[in-house]
Design a protein around this ligand. Sequence first.
Ligand SMILES: Nc1ncnc2c1ncn2[C@@H]1O[C@H](COP(=O)(O)OP(=O)(O)O)[C@@H](O)[C@H]1O
Ligand SMILES: [Mg+2]
Length: 261
Amino acid sequence: MAIVIACANQKGGVGKSTTVVNLAAALGQKNKKVLCIDSDAQGNLTSGFGIKKKNLDSTVYDVLLGKRSIAETAVPTKFKNVSVVPATSDLAGADIELIDIDNRSNRMKMAVLTVKAAYDFILIDCPPSLSLLTVNALCACDAVLIPLQCEFHALEGLSQLIESIRLVKQRFNPAIDIEGILFTMYDGRLGLTHQVVNEVRKHFPNKTLQTVIPRNVRLSEAPSHGMPVIYYDKSSKGSESYIQLANEILLKHKTDVRGQK
Ligand SMILES: Nc1ncnc2c1ncn2[C@@H]1O[C@H](COP(=O)(O)OP(=O)(O)O)[C@@H](O)[C@H]1O
Ligand SMILES: [Mg+2]
């Protein structure tokens, strides 16, 4: 049965899509079967895997509205063991359209349940908001991975997100857990970075992941080539850090780390 992880933070540009693309690729290389679900109308996850949006038959939008199943919508990528349920700008209207639909918070969950047995990991990339799309991802997941950019206002947004997770836990998904807070675009030369990291570790002990993702230019270049960084530049710091994240997550779930020397 797949472990379902939602990658969420209502702030934009903190590394959610980058994390899903690269964590998925690293898990796939370790012989895990991975499904990524793009739940952001920007479709950065979809394009990050080099999937052309023009040629798509159906997308996550059709899945959420119950017109297509995930099995019908998922497309294989060129990268080992990774498939994607893509998103296009169609999804921008979904928040409004879902309001009038039964079970509007559980649409993603219902869809994910039908394929949970077929994968080891299902990673959901959330939009930069606490909208119905994010609520759907939180209801569908076992755990939330929270990328956090080490900047001044990081903590403010984090408290709000943790409160949303608490509400979803209370109302819809009692088993939801926090997979971990992941520091992204980490720059150890900046004093502010250490300040933010210490503050977050103080407020959320045991919730911060050991792996830290450095600011790395290869990570920002890879999407324009439609490739995860471990395929674009395997020896880069960005690549190493996402492989380390995959190992940490596998260890956390006590899955054997196959393929690792
Ligand atoms: N560790 C990193 N180092 C350098 N650039 C990064 C890193 N992580 C993300 N980026 C870049 O920052 C931008 C925002 O990242 P993205 O993953 O799209 O954020 P989100 O999905 O949270 O909006 C993108 O241009 C991405 O390539
Ligand atoms: Mg994104």
